[in-house]
Design a protein around this ligand. Structure first.
Ligand code: SAH
Ligand code: SF4
Length: 412
């Protein structure tokens, strides 16, 4: 992938992409959280468990990890004491470490998670994950990378220098953390004040990969993680309730449909190549025509299973009525939903959000063309949890502010 990116950067003028670090090594006692059945079977093999017993033991581990959400091997009472002790010696069931938790006045919750650096001398990495409760559902927005190699002009994550891919375990780990903190496991209690969004059901009902990073540039880990999340004997979130958002990594769009089978969201943001080249520089490599062609051919696409096109409203940049008309024309024939996102400003951003009247007029054109055009209301603004603001705030915190955040997490 790196060489591919470098080649692209070399041939496309102005196309600057950062290369991700790929030096992650498992710690001495790796966590089994987020691992596939095959991986768990291999782990049991390492402990010397005979092949014939592995399948049954994997089933048990799977249940304890993903249905019950236990946080120690000791709690896995259907597994023999000897095997539990052997597991404990070689592995953990650790989740990413939560260094801060913030709760917005609108019920949005944001967790700052610390992930190990590539070696003990390096600063640990941090990602954020955001929970957004709504009536009838609770959506967890998770990250696929620390930072992002792409440099979309309106996105704060893109300004982060350091990039590393998350492992499948770290991706699933975000869901485990959210469910831990929300008391979202059988027999657990919700934190005070939290309202379960579903009737007697679960907190986390939907997953969107719209946090930090470009999921389709970390395809294998994202695929392996989402297959664990969707497994109906485990966490069991239906593939229709999982959405992967991409800025347009065309070659991996088909693979997303074929190998993962989840819902797709595409960050379009502009209807002309000259403008999209600027806003989403990846467009220079995969222009609008190629992107929409891949969308038309998205495996499993039907009217009941549409692609969501995201469109960030940037004042005076992409928000004219002509743009709105061109947008609906461009998407004609593709089973689509359109999500207009008010731009979330961040310190140093070169854009402004379109004014409300402009957004309304724009959405009217989209609505009249037959699309429901909900304007995604920014959630959790008071805790900087809205799109494109992830991580950015914490990165700029002083040591004192960081400590205050950490203290907040401890007293929660
Ligand atoms: N890299 C992927 C997924 C993460 S970004 C992608 O680009 O699709 C998730 C969504 O937030 C994308 O639609 C992105 O364009 C949007 N976004 C990024 N920064 C934003 C900002 N400052 N205001 C509003 N939306 C933003
Ligand atoms: Fe990366 Fe998505 Fe942000 Fe673009 S919008 S820089 S692809 S995270």
């Amino acid at each position: 992938m790196n060489t591919d990116l470098e080649a692209a950067a070399a041939v496309i003028p102005g196309f600057v992409e950062k290369a991700p670090l790929e030096r992650y090594v498992d710690p001495d006692r790796p966590s089994l959280v987020g691992r596939s059945r095959a991986h768990l079977a291999a782990a049991l093999g390492q402990l010397g468990l005979p092949q014939a017993q592995r399948k049954m033991r994997v089933q048990q581990l799977w249940h304890w990890l993903y249905v019950r959400g236990v946080t120690s091997f000791d709690a896995m009472t259907s597994i023999s004491k000897e095997l539990r002790a052997a597991l404990e010696q070689r592995f953990t069931v650790a989740r990413p470490e939560v260094v801060a938790e913030q709760v917005s006045v609108d019920g949005t919750r944001k967790w700052l998670l610390r992930l190990p650096g590539e070696n003990p001398n390096e600063r640990p990495h941090e990602v954020e994950c955001v929970y957004i409760p709504e009536t009838g559902r609770g959506t967890l927005c998770i990250s696929s990378q620390v930072g992002c190699t792409l440099n979309c002009t309106f996105c704060h994550t893109g300004t982060q220098r350091l990039v590393r891919n998350l492992t499948a375990g770290e991706i699933v780990g975000q869901i485990m953390v959210a469910r831990d903190r929300l008391g979202d496991w059988p027999g657990e209690r919700a934190p005070e004040g939290a309202i379960v969004p579903t009737d007697g059901g679960r907190f986390v009902t939907n997953i969107v990969m719209m946090g930090m990073g470009e999921p389709l540039y970390n395809f294998e880990a994202v695929r392996d993680a989402l297959l664990v999340v969707a497994d109906n004997e485990g966490i069991a979130i239906s593939k229709r309730k999982i959405t992967v958002s991409t800025s347009g990594v065309v070659p991996n769009i088909r693979r997303t449909g074929e190998e993962i089978g989840v819902m797709l969201a595409v960050s379009l943001h502009a209807v002309r190549n000259d403008l999209r080249d600027e806003l989403v520089p990846l467009n220079r490599k995969y222009p609008i025509e190629a992107l929409l062609e891949a969308c038309r051919n998205y495996p499993g696409l039907t009217n009941a299973k549409r692609i969501t096109f995201e469109y960030v409203m940037l004042n005076g940049v992409n928000d004219s009525l002509a743009d709105a008309k061109a947008l609906v024309k461009l998407l004609a024939g593709i089973p689509a939903k359109i999500n207009l996102i008010p731009f979330n400003p961040w310190p140093g951003a070169i854009h402004e959000c379109s004014d409300w009247e402009t957004i309304e007029k724009f959405s009217e054109v989209v609505f009249n063309a037959g699309y429901s055009a909900p304007v995604r209301t920014p959630r959790g603004r008071d805790i900087l949890a809205a799109c494109g603001q992830l991580k950015s705030a914490t990165e700029k915190l002083s040591a004192r502010e960081r400590m205050a955040l950490r203290a907040m997490a401890m007293t929660e």
